[in-house]
Design a protein around this ligand. Structure first.
Ligand code: G
Ligand code: MN
Length: 446
């Protein structure tokens, strides 16, 4: 350790109060010591790395063996960190399973080496109640001044990196600015969506027809949620829908979607359209106790029979909580609405379950339809058509993009089709024009 760094490290250690369990200085000491270290390094135009270490498994030790054994393990962790870290760094015990290492004058490569050594040291088994037990350690690196210039930002970015390491199951990750911006963008979208839903603005549906493959008649349409942000413009559905599903906003968004869809359907019905409307239902709303009541309320409000409102639920969604899904879907069908399994073939549903599920239709994922000219694609679609037929279910081929796919789906016994070849998802006005252009959909014309 150079003399200068030695001074920095020594002056940062005003006899720290050691954490009683790990033998390392605590969180408070970290926030007392490090600002001075940071300022000195800044003044010198130097660099340093903050390494955050998360140790996973202490909760299990507590649950299984009690607090005494957990504290013994924490003591051993502290010991291993001290041993591995070396004299030219500062180690702290921040929270139960989180530790921090400040590495003055370390470059990225050196810090990575140190992180890997730490993870290796913590990967060795610990002795818990006379048996050997493995914990798992992950580390995150943030470097001053490249990644952050203040202590608060350093902590945030190192914790962010550590979270990435945990998610990717890798020993160490460095802060990734792009990922951080993406996460902030997503967070902003969620906040703005909440406002948009409160104002009842900016959400619209695009409608994509579903046709009977044999007759070409439009049986109905899928209503797809579209969001036009007041500043950012159209937001791609995959930029918000998967994230909304993880928040309580999914219920208000679903309600808004159903309400817009039914409002349009009632207008088109007055003009003679008799098809159905399919809405995607995320299983994250299944927990809502009054889901069914609210559905019924909306149907009454728009004076639409339940049979004309279909719900699409992904195979993966159903399989997450099969019992809950079955009871809710049964209830929805009892009210008269129909259920389709969306993206069929991409999840991991058991075929045995398929026979018992309260469903009406299988929507074959577009991946198979787009590979229908390959022997495997044809085999899967043909087998699904046969299976559905035997189970008394209807089939929809999703993502039909050309005439050959259309014909092949029909030949293999698929009932309905949806996809760009038939029509793209359209704003309400365009859908109305599309419907009007198809005589088969006028009442009394078939
Ligand atoms: O999973 P779900 O079936 O709900 O997805 C519908 C999505 O598929 C919509 O966003 C729609 O734009 C897209 N889509 C619809 N038809 C086609 C198609 O023919 N090809 C492709 N690639 N995407 C399609
Ligand atoms: Mn769908």
């Amino acid at each position: 350790m150079s003399e200068q760094i030695g001074n920095i490290v020594e002056s940062a250690r005003p006899a720290p109060e050691l954490d009683s369990r790990s033998g390392l200085p605590r969180r408070d000491n970290f926030y007392q010591d490090i600002p001075a270290v940071l300022e000195r390094i800044r003044a010198k135009g130097g660099t340093f790395v903050l390494l955050v270490i998360d140790v996973i498994g202490l909760e299990f030790v507590l649950r299984t063996f009690g607090p005494q054994e957990r504290d013994n393990v924490v003591r051993d962790i502290g010991h291993r960190i001290r041993e591995t870290a070396g004299a030219d760094s500062l180690s702290y015990h921040i929270t139960q399973g989180r530790f921090a290492l400040v590495l003055p004058e370390f470059g990225y490569a050196h810090a990575l080496e140190q992180a890997n050594e730490l993870v290796a040291a913590l990967d060795r088994p610990f002795e818990v109640a006379g048996v050997s037990y493995h914990l798992k350690a992950f580390t995150g690196i943030s470097q001053f001044p490249n990644h952050a210039s203040t202590l608060s930002e350093l902590v945030r970015t190192a914790v962010f990196a550590c979270h990435q390491a945990r998610k990717q199951l890798i020993p160490c990750a460095a802060f990734d600015k792009e990922l951080d911006e993406w996460e902030r963008y997503r967070f902003r979208l969620m906040t703005d969506l909440e406002m948009a839903l409160k104002r009842g603005e900016d959400i619209e549906l695009a409608y994509q027809p579903v046709v009977d493959l044999a007759t070409g008649r439009c049986e109905g349409m899928e209503g797809l949620c579209r969001w036009t942000h007041s500043e950012l413009g159209a937001i791609a559905p995959n930029h918000f829908l998967p994230y909304v599903e993880q928040t309580p906003l999914m219920m208000p968004l679903t309600e808004a979607t159903i309400s817009i869809g039914l409002r349009n359907l009632s207008v088109w019905s007055s003009a003679g359209f008799s098809g159905s409307l399919a809405i995607n239902l995320s299983t994250s709303v299944f927990r809502h106790p009054d889901l069914i009541d609210r559905l019924l309320q909306q149907l009454r409000f728009y004076n639409i029979r339940a049979e004309r409102l279909h719900f699409e639920i992904t195979e993966t969604g159903i399989m997450e909580h099969p019992e809950r899904a079955v009871s809710l879907l049964t209830e929805i069908r009892k009210q008269g609405s129909r259920i389709s399994v969306d993206d069929f073939g991409t999840g991991h549903s058991s075929l045995a379950y398929l026979a018992d599920l309260p469903i009406d239709t299988i929507k074959i994922d577009r991946h198979f339809v787009q590979n229908i000219s390959c022997p495997w694609g044809e085999a899967i679609i043909s087998a699904t058509a046969t299976l559905a037929d035997k189970l008394g279910l209807k089939t929809v081929a999703e993502g039909i993009e050309d005439e050959a796919q259309y014909r092949k789906c029909l030949e293999l016994g698929i009932n309905y089709g949806q996809g760009y070849y038939i029509a793209r998802p359209m704003p309400e006005d365009d859908f109305r024009v599309w419907i009007d252009s198809r005589d088969g959909n006028r009442p009394g014309s078939d």
